[in-house]
Design a protein around this ligand. Structure first.
Ligand code: PLP
Length: 402
């Protein structure tokens, strides 16, 4: 069988389920918010209701919905007291917003490596990287797999650091012992961008562990203005990060789909993982006990080495998989290889060569990592097995062509 990229028949004859998914619930939500007559949170109920339901599902005290996940991180950092001159330790393998949010508020992001199995931030690397100006750690729950929160908490306690969770991939995720993201005592930031596990096209949310932090998050996201103020008293330099009522209404409907979709994705991801391990061509992200519930924003894997042969060209593999009908993408570039990472405020106690030497897993992911979008895990078992079939087909052709 010829590769689809060369004109052959694709493995997938029918497309995977569309994303985003919506129905009468989202339609009703939009009409409900429209008929409120007032379309911002100050006079509506949609943001409040959504925040309450989201916080409850995640075991959090409360939440503040915002316009996107990047600004959620900026506000969370500010509410936690992080600012100019402070250093924040982040994983090198993540989306740029994790580090850019630090820079936007005047802090410096310091990238460290991730664990080879879970691809989440390596607590030992965090410990080794703490300096006199280190104030915080951002724990990115990669692809929906929770970080080793116990080790991170121990380090944070010992060195008086703040933890911020970047949960942009982790809607509905639960950690060791069935712990909700809101139960870890730290601020957690979510994104509702079009690709994410719940979406209103754009959107974000900061999950708060207590009333004090909720008030600070609200202040920074509401141009520094306390709730109920009528005399233009802006007590801190904030921004306007408020989310419209239309978006919040859609998100309430999306939240109603999350648990069922997560069950389907977990079932199919297990099947796909077992199949791929048997096939022996790629190595999937390892799921440990820290991922009690893994919502699989991504199905993430690396191409294995070929004994006695040069490695396959990852970008070519992704292009071939896309032609076969698989929603495949290149994994993130390591942060320190991205130009904006070195713009002010830039790390001064790291340079590119040191980062490369210190981050072999992030390097490998950037060169060999591939991820499949979660919509491909929302089909049947046969739909899921087609992903493995496409990987085997592409692998066989490209190895044969070398
Ligand atoms: C998507 C994402 C963000 C940012 O969210 P936006 O809503 O796109 O601003 C932050 N961190 C990670 C890890 C992400 O994947």
């Amino acid at each position: 069988m010829t590769l689809a990229i060369h004109g052959g028949t694709p493995v997938r004859q029918t497309p995977y389920p569309d994303w985003p998914q919506f129905g009468v619930e989202e339609e009703n939500a939009l009409l409900r918010s429209l008929h409120q007559g007032q379309w911002w949170r100050m006079q509506g109920r949609e943001n409040l209701d959504f925040e309450q339901a989201f916080a409850q599902l995640h075991g959090g005290h409360s939440a503040f919905a915002v316009s996107n996940g990047t600004v959620a991180l900026e506000i969370a950092l500010q509410a936690a007291g992080i600012g100019p001159g402070d250093e924040v330790i982040v994983p090198a393998f993540t989306f740029i917003s994790t580090s850019m949010a630090c820079q936007r508020i005047g802090a410096t992001a310091i990238a460290v490596d991730v664990l080879a199995d879970t691809l989440c931030i390596d607590p030992a690397a965090v410990l080794a990287c703490i300096g006199p100006r280190t104030r915080a750690i951002i724990a990115v729950h990669m692809a929906g797999h929770l970080c080793d929160m116990h080790s991170l908490a121990r380090i944070a306690d010992q060195h008086r650091l703040v933890i911020i969770q970047d949960a942009a991939h982790a809607h509905g995720a639960r950690g060791l012992g069935d712990t909700g993201i809101g139960e870890y005592g730290s601020l957690a930031c979510f994104s509702f961008q079009n690709f994410k596990l719940m979406t209103a096209g754009e959107g974000g949310l900061v999950l708060c562990p207590n009333e004090e932090l909720r008030e600070k998050v609200f202040l920074y996201g509401n141009v520094g203005r306390p709730l109920g103020d009528r005399s233009y008293q802006h007590t801190v330099v904030g921004t306007n990060a408020r989310l419209s009522e239309f978006s919040a209404a859609v998100l309430s409907a999306q939240l109603g789909r999350l648990e069922q979709q997560t069950r389907v994705r977990q079932h199919n991801a297990r099947l796909l993982g077992e199949t791929l391990v048997r096939q022996g061509l790629v190595t999937p992200q390892v799921r440990t006990a820290d991922a009690h519930t893994h919502p699989y924003y991504m199905f993430l894997f690396t191409l294995d080495d070929l004994p006695g042969q040069p490695p396959l060209d990852r970008n070519q593999v992704v292009d071939c998989l896309v032609a076969e009908g698989i929603p495949a993408f290149r994994a993130y570039q390591a942060l320190y290889r991205i130009p904006s990472y070195w713009q002010a405020p830039a790390p001064t106690r790291q340079n590119l060569e040191q980062c490369i030497a210190a981050c072999p897993v992030s390097e490998r992911m950037a060169q060999r990592g591939i991820w499949i979008h979660h919509r491909a895990l929302l089909g049947t078992e046969q739909d899921t097995l087609d992903i493995a079939a496409a990987i085997a087909k592409v692998h066989q052709h490209l190895v044969g062509a070398q």
